[in-house]
Ligand binder design. Sequence first.
Ligand code: 13P
Length: 252
Amino acid sequence: MRQRIIAANWKMYKNPQETRSFCESLRKLLPIHMEKNIFIFPQSICIETLKVALASTNIKVGAQNCYFENEGAFTGEVSPQTLFHMGCSSVLVGHSERRQLFGETNESCQKKILKAQENKLIPMYCVGETLEERKSNKTFEVLETQIQEGLKDADLKKLIIAYEPVWAIGTGEVATPDIAQEAHEFIRNTLKRLGNDDVALLYGGSVKPENAGLLAAKADIDGFLVGGASLKADSFSEICKTNLTRPVDAAR
Ligand code: 13P
């Protein structure tokens, strides 16, 4: 059975103090049995603080980015090997903000995915079309290319995918459950052709406690990658509860 996963992408928010107080609140709000399916991706400089604050929980910590080499003269980059040694379980690869603002390409994503896997980090590979691409009926073409190129030679058994339509990120405009399901089904079928459709597929883009339930009820939506609503412990814990109460197979 595929895993249910809820992930928090904190982007460039929260300093160490805010990180600690979030964790204190979350631990009061979240039943212990829900912890193991949750990931939090803080800024890299807060990973250590978050690890300490979550030490007695099963919540996993990840990084928002890494480089595709373990060490070397790469000023400013983040080593996947060091992330593993710091206790990270996962790393986001190819978030649309990295693609749009920092020149990430499918090719650089592919190198990062391989290096992350080599270092026992689960890549959470982000894919998704822009509004322009959707309007010109290129959604499936874009998704297929991102998947084919980004996942070349990758181990599909050690991977999570997040579908994040760019037009729904931080805009308050969530994809309808049907639109999200259509894209997830397409991604699932593409992965099947590549050899493993048993990959957890998360939806991301304006997820909130109010819309999480209907999205989670869709057959191919296995969880969420949450931005804005993950910054507050109460809204994040509500999303975790919505989704984790129902096993994936019940929706199929
Ligand atoms: P929002 O939930 O703020 O739209 O962000 C989504 C996202 O980018 C998660 O990676």
